[in-house]
Design a protein around this ligand. Structure first.
Ligand code: PEP
Length: 258
């Protein structure tokens, strides 16, 4: 059975508990139930519990923005996937902001991915090159290294549920998304890596998202790219009207591709 398209809202370190609740209530009212789109919200850890009580579960699922790779122990300040599993279906792993500001290594990301899978949480693995890496023609190598290391402890069965998000670092928080041609080439390469490592079945089962300055006006163009199964949205997901328009755009693009 064809998996639904996926739209993920990454609310990063924005919104307190009250403001998150206001946004969730607006989304509950505004977003229709589309059978061909799965919508996932990633609020801060603090809001996961209250949001889980507030969302219309027919329309929304929850994701953690990160998690620690150990299941339990004396790790002050950390939150494990075994604690998160009661609340979330998904977790964003290896976001470029985690790599950049928190020094997350490829090995750490691999361990987080395994911890997610061990705990029944579907990982959304973010990969993407910086501006400098693109300028120096290193995009393919960077994507290869990020994917090969991150997936190295997973079986082909684990891989079938995986979500990969192509997020060129230079397109995050930018004026506009990467050009369709650029996304197309990167997604092709990402899918090729998965096929080489785990075979055709794994490659055709994964979902690949694009993330980086998504806005409603760009949705149709991005969703036309072969091999794209949805979007990871930052800024625009903090505005309930824009986010709702993005979800509708993904829904419509799914209908026209049927
Ligand atoms: C992100 O950080 O994952 C992201 C896609 O952000 P933005 O949409 O704000 O570029």
């Amino acid at each position: 059975m064809k998996k639904p398209q996926l739209v993920v809202a990454n609310w990063k370190m924005y919104l307190n508990i009250h403001d998150t609740s206001v946004l969730v209530n607006r989304l509950n009212k505004k977003v229709p139930l589309y059978r061909n789109v799965e919508v996932v919200l990633a609020p801060s850890y603090l809001s996961l519990q209250p949001v889980s009580m507030e969302i219309d579960h027919r329309k929304f699922r929850l994701a953690a923005q990160d998690g620690y790779f150990k299941d339990e122990g004396a790790y002050t300040g950390a939150i494990s996937f075994s604690q998160l599993r009661e609340l979330v279906n998904y977790a964003i792993i290896g976001h470029s902001e985690r790599r950049r500001y928190f020094g997350e290594s490829l090995d750490e990301i691999r361990d987080k991915l395994s911890a997610c899978v061990r705990n029944g949480i579907t990982p959304i693995l973010c990969v993407g090159e910086t501006k400098q890496e693109r300028t120096q023609n290193e995009t393919k190598q960077v994507l290869h290294d990020q994917i090969v290391t991150a997936l190295s402890d997973l079986t082909s069965e684990d891989i079938e549920n995986l979500v990969l998000a192509y997020e060129p670092v230079w397109a995050i928080g930018a004026d506009e998304p990467a050009k369709p041609d650029t996304i197309d080439k990167a997604v092709d390469w990402i899918r090729y890596q998965v096929r080489e490592l785990y075979g055709q079945k794994a490659e055709s089962s994964i979902r690949v998202l694009y993330g980086g300055s998504d806005e409603p006006e760009y949705v149709a163009g991005i969703m036309e790219i072969p091999g794209i199964n949805g979007l990871l949205v930052g800024r625009a997901s903090l505005n309930f009207e824009e986010f709702s328009d993005i979800i509708t755009g993904v829904h419509l693009s799914g209908l026209s591709n049927e």
